[in-house]
Design a protein around this ligand. Structure first.
Ligand code: NAP
Length: 277
């Protein structure tokens, strides 16, 4: 498994598993559990969830999937901005820990920025870290201006990641946010790496995959996996697709293939407002 070094020096798998919309449908639950467990078997041991997903149902599903295997997993969850006051963050974290049936999160993120001053959220995050309830903290969906403000706030330069929308069709962050984060050794966690499957039905990627003997999903993921300091978290609740996605690690792209994808899905030519889903 390719690994990415967090600013602390700890390594995490470059390919993990997302869980948005998982745990919502009882009829799919058994397959979703099996898919997450197969992902762990294949080395996709970073699992991303959030209190928001299904109002906690995703966290509950993850708890079941990792039962007996907690120590294998790098577990990520997120606090909603409207819970991100000092007391609210502490309370939200306790609830996530309870739903996840664990005593610690490996990484806890502010899901996006809201009305609570960053200083308050950071006070809570550093208190949670000191108490051993979270091992690392970070942010999600913060644009460059917000990132600068966060960084200036006490404790703000202690983040491990900014989780961002990033895939072949969403390259805006390459213009200024990614270089800024890279300079500070903050990892990027690429969410919706398949553009929630919309990318896969497009002709350009399908043709590329056919020409190069891979699949559209593997090509999209391999393109992200070729980037420095990027963690990629596709979601699938189906074992066949988890296996296919994990196969992206066995199909690394050549420089020529990356150049071809850059022609099909061009990088930004100027600053763009941060996109999110
Ligand atoms: P995604 O991973 O780009 O795509 C997931 C969709 O693609 C699902 O519908 C899945 O369906 C399908 N899929 C997965 N692998 C496939 C394959 N090989 N072939 C065909 N279809 C495939 O989108 P995402 O779930 O939005 O993003 C991934 C994770 O990032 C989330 O689950 C969540 O953990 C995180 N996220 C974070 C934020 C944030 O604001 N921080 C926002 C969005 C997402 P099946 O499950 O049926 O296979």
């Amino acid at each position: 498994m390719k690994v990415i070094a967090l600013p602390s020096g700890e390594s995490v798998p470059a390919l993990g598993q997302g869980t948005w919309n998982m745990g919502d449908d009882r009829g799919r639950r058994a397959e979703e559990l099996a898919a997450l467990r197969l992902g762990l078997d294949l080395g996709l041991t970073l699992i991303d969830t959030a209190e928001m997903y299904g109002d906690g149902r995703s966290e509950e599903l993850v708890a079941e999937a990792i039962s007996g295997r907690r120590n294998e997993v790098f577990l990520v969850s997120k606090v909603l901005p409207n819970h991100a006051s000092r007391r609210g963050t502490l309370a939200a974290c306790e609830k996530s820990l309870k739903r996840l049936k664990t005593d610690r999160l490996d990484l806890y993120l502010l899901h996006w920025s809201g009305n609570v001053p960053f200083a308050e959220t950071l006070e809570a995050l550093t208190a949670l870290k000191d108490a051993g309830k979270i091992r690392h903290y970070g942010v999600s969906n913060l644009d460059l201006g917000e990132m600068r403000e966060w960084w200036r706030t006490p404790g703000g330069d202690g983040i491990a990641t900014n989780q961002l929308l990033y895939n072949l069709t969403r390259r805006g962050i390459e213009w200024d946010l990614m270089p800024w984060l890279r300079e500070r050794r903050v990892t990027v966690m690429a969410y919706s790496p398949l553009e929630q499957a919309r990318l896969l039905s497009g002709q350009p990627l399908a043709d590329f995959a056919r020409r190069h003997g891979t699949t559209p999903a593997q090509a999209a993921l391999a393109w992200l996996l070729a980037k420095d300091g990027v963690i990629v978290i596709p979601k699938s609740g189906r074992r066949d697709r988890v296996k296919e996605n994990a196969g992206a690690l066995d199909h690394p792209l050549t420089a020529a293939q990356i150049a071809e994808l850059d022609r099909l899905f061009p990088p930004p030519t100027g600053p763009r407002p941060l996109e999110l889903l």
